[in-house]
Design a protein around this ligand. Structure first.
Ligand SMILES: [Zn+2]
Length: 477
């Protein structure tokens, strides 16, 4: 079994500075690798015709592309294997010694960390191609160039040791950490990811014990009882057994909104680039982290509560949240050409509440815990669940009046969201029983996600990494 344990690190000042530098260097390397692949990919369009890569000539970036997500470097393996061509990730990993020669300060980074950095890009590509191939793809999107705010971590694949409250990280040395949770006996450390957050450094240790079996979920045919969950904003969860679980609104409550506004204003009032601005910005960051931590903890509590209900399966809606948060269409006055009110400012408030409730995270936690308890999570198509009458099956938009549900056909009265939760439960039951009609409606169609890739070759640099100031001077003189 594989799991992750997260601990807060207590690095020395020198170690913290070193880790910050590593993150900066690795970000630059990541971006260089991505740019390299994009440039290589663009070559095929510049040439305008297909290049024959079956010949064993060394591919030159000026004349030929290697593969559709290729990279500059040696594309052929030494050995006479079945498929001697390297994929982009392998090309970039094998060129790491050259990087260290050209940019000696990269040699200070542990080699497995550099390799994992390239693999991270591979994973980004894989997620993109998977989401394009999958018809229900939620669109992971094409790999993006990273900046300081979205590139804050690096991963060790080997060499990490833990002793008491000390952890050994290769090339950084021994470091103390808050030993908040014991690593169980028999588990081996597979990898460790170091992450910078607003209030310090954290390590996520990936541990594995092959002797402990993975959790096995029940087959669908075993299911006798199901509970339906309808996720909402006024109450976070409505259950089909008439229970409700509240939504504390960690971000969108009146007090937090006000505090955030004031703290953000303090940042904006400071001179750009000043230390005072940085300090003020740090306070905003810390508040955001606190809110996120509170939400996490509450969601685990809610997920535990739902999973511990004595049923075999949990039915949830398969929500397309990015579609729910889509902007309103602009309205234009045809005579004057002015933009009219389209309700976007009101929608923005709703969107923030949706983000704050963070349903998809909650569903992920429920899925994880359900598997642990040997239960099944059934995702159902949410179409009409809130408009259908539980009593007679009549579907009508006027059935709903705010939180009240009154059927226009048979006069059945209920709480609207609990009615929806019961519909969700019933739909899940018909899936379990193999109702073909319901299974058909399950195949909701979503547009394929595909982003056009620029054919323009990017960047001029041919060597990976950033030039430091001394190096530029050395080149100039
Ligand atoms: Zn009815």
């Amino acid at each position: 079994m594989l799991t992750n344990y997260v601990y807060k690190l207590r690095p020395k000042t020198t170690q913290a500075i070193k880790m910050s530098n590593w993150v900066d260097m690795l970000r630059s390397h990541y971006n260089w690798c991505l740019n390299d692949r994009l440039t290589q990919y663009a070559q095929q369009f510049i040439l305008g015709e297909y290049c024959d890569v079956r010949t064993k000539a060394e591919a030159c970036p000026m004349t030929c592309f290697v593969s559709k997500n290729g990279a500059t470097g040696e594309p052929w393996k030494d050995s006479e294997q079945k498929n001697p061509r390297r994929v982009a990730g392998d090309i970039q990993i094998t060129s790491l010694p050259e990087l260290k020669k050209a940019r000696p300060w990269y040699a200070g980074i542990d080699s497995t960390v550099l390799q994992q950095n390239v693999k991270r890009l591979d994973i980004a590509y894989k997620n993109f191609f998977d989401s394009v191939a999958c018809p229900k793809g939620m669109g992971r999107g094409f790999p993006k160039f990273k900046n300081r705010s979205n590139f804050t971590s690096f991963t060790y694949a080997m060499g990490v040791k833990v002793q008491g409250n000390k952890i050994y990280l290769p090339k950084l040395g021994w470091m103390r950490f808050h030993d908040s949770r014991l690593i169980p006996d028999g588990f081996k450390i597979k990898a460790a990811t170091i992450r910078k957050r607003q209030d310090g450094w954290y390590v996520s240790i990936r541990i594995e014990d092959k002797a402990v079996p993975d959790y096995i979920a029940r087959p669908l045919t075993d299911i006798k009882t199901i509970i339906g969950c309808d996720l909402g904003i006024t109450k976070l969860v409505h259950l089909s057994d008439n229970h409700q679980i509240g939504n504390p609104k960690f971000l969108t409550n009146k007090k937090t909104k006000r505090v955030l506004k004031i703290r953000q204003r303090r940042v904006n009032q400071k001179v750009k680039g000043s230390n005072n601005r940085k300090k003020a910005a740090k306070k905003v960051g810390k508040l955001h982290k606190k809110i996120a931590d509170k939400r996490q903890s509450y969601q685990w509590y809610v997920a535990n509560k739902i999973v511990s209900i004595k049923v075999n399966a949990i039915a949830v809606e398969d929500l397309n949240i990015s579609a729910m948060k889509r902007r309103c269409q602009p309205k234009v006055d045809e005579e004057t050409g002015r933009f009219l009110k389209n309700g976007q400012s009101r929608k923005r408030g709703l969107n923030r509440s949706i983000s704050d409730a963070s349903w998809s995270d909650l569903i992920l936690k429920i899925e994880y815990l359900a598997e642990k308890h040997g239960k099944v999570v059934i995702k159902i198509n949410p179409k009409h669940t809130s408009l259908k009458c539980q009593n007679c099956g009549h579907v009508d938009a006027s059935n709903r009046d705010g939180e009240k549900f009154i059927c226009t056909h048979c006069g059945y009265m209920s709480h609207a969201d609990i009615n929806a939760a019961k519909n969700i439960r019933d739909r899940a039951f018909s899936i379990v029983l193999g109702d073909s009609k319901e299974l058909e409606s399950q195949g909701s169609k979503r547009p394929k996600y595909c982003k056009e890739i620029s054919t323009r070759p990017r960047g001029k640099r041919v060597e990976p990494g950033n030039l430091c100031k001394q190096d530029i001077k050395a080149v100039m003189s």
